[in-house]
Design a protein around this ligand. Structure first.
Ligand code: RIB
Length: 310
């Protein structure tokens, strides 16, 4: 069994710099090893789904420049269909400045550029892709109206809609929630969306409960090296992470989302798709960068262990 995944989101050229500590306001620090490397939450998620071997198509917008071309090629090498990407005549490709500290944690600033042109009109022009896919994967680096429209259209067509609310905005229009089969915040994003102020187990449950109350079917809270927690009307379970030594957590969440959609598209049940996604993202954090860190299916399968069979 195999499903088609439509990923709608951002493509950014990442400027990655290693620092000992991430500067605070007013501070200047010295960094090392500036690298330009393909990224963007949408493109990273597409890359994960494509490398895992599922039929992945990306909708998003790049500039008419070298960065845009490099991003397109990176997706094509990962098996993602890029024929429908929009090329802006006026805006440069999105850029992200990523500072990675000695513990592998990061701080990111995104200059959205051409991603702003991933608008509703463009999505409507590509309605056929909505009709042909089985899964729609969304994040928050494109205009919010586009996310809202894509979720609405996906639900209208009976597709499985997954929203990774990253980066978390101050608020998401409430009408989106009832269109979502899955929302996949990390702990910080869950707090921002629900106003919960600390990360106790109880607060995660309550925060997830708020989102369920607004109409989301399943809340998957990603917990870094602790794995993830799946909360729905019938479930409240932890899915443990695979232990690894992290050198760079950039794109770990993106890999998780792309691999989760791919696992589901392969016919796995939710629990096993979450185990599969944990495994894929545990490999990503052992390498530097975004797309270059994302594993392919062979690599994931070498580590993937499914106690009850996939
Ligand atoms: O999640 C990591 C990604 O966030 C980076 O690749 C960067 O482009 C930003 O979108």
């Amino acid at each position: 069994m195999s499903g088609r995944i439509l990923i709608i989101g951002s493509l950014n050229m990442d400027m990655r710099i290693e620092v000992n500590t991430i500067p605070v306001v007013g501070e200047t620090v010295l960094g090392n090893g500036l690298v330009y490397t393909p990224g963007g939450k949408g493109a990273n998620q597409a890359c994960a789904a494509g490398r895992i071997g599922e039929h992945a198509v990306m909708l998003g917008c790049i500039g008419n420049d070298g960065s845009g071309l490099a991003l397109k090629k990176s997706l094509e090498h990962s098996g993602v269909v890029t024929d429908f990407l929009k090329i802006s005549d006026t805006e440069a490709t999105g850029t992200a400045v990523i500072l990675v500290n000695g513990e592998g944690n990061n701080s990111i600033v995104v200059c959205t550029g051409a991603n702003n042109e991933c608008n509703v009109e463009y999505l409507k022009e590509n309605d056929e892709l909505f009709r042909k896919c089985d899964y729609i994967v969304l994040q928050m680096e494109i205009p919010i109206e586009s996310v809202e429209y894509a979720a609405f259209r996906g639900r209208q067509l009976g597709k499985t809609v997954i929203l990774n609310p990253a980066p978390a905005p101050d608020r998401i229009p409430e009408s989106i929630y009832s269109k979502l089969d899955f929302i996949t915040p990390n702990e910080t994003e869950l707090m921002k969306l629900t106003g919960k102020m600390d990360l106790s187990d109880e607060n995660i449950r309550d925060g997830a409960g708020i989102l369920l109350g607004q109409g989301v079917k399943n809340v998957i809270v990603t917990l870094g090296d602790r794995g993830c927690r799946w909360v729905s009307a019938d479930e409240d379970v932890y899915i443990e992470a695979v232990k690894t030594n992290a050198v760079d957590t950039t794109a770990a969440g993106d890999c998780f989302n792309g691999a989760f959609a791919a696992g589901m598209a392969k016919g796995m049940n939710i629990r096993n798709a979450l185990r599969f996604a944990n495994t894929a993202s545990s490999i990503t954090v052992t390498r530097k960068g975004a797309q270059e860190a994302i594993p392919d299916l062979n690599e994931v399968n070498k580590v993937f262990y499914c106690p009850d069979g996939a």
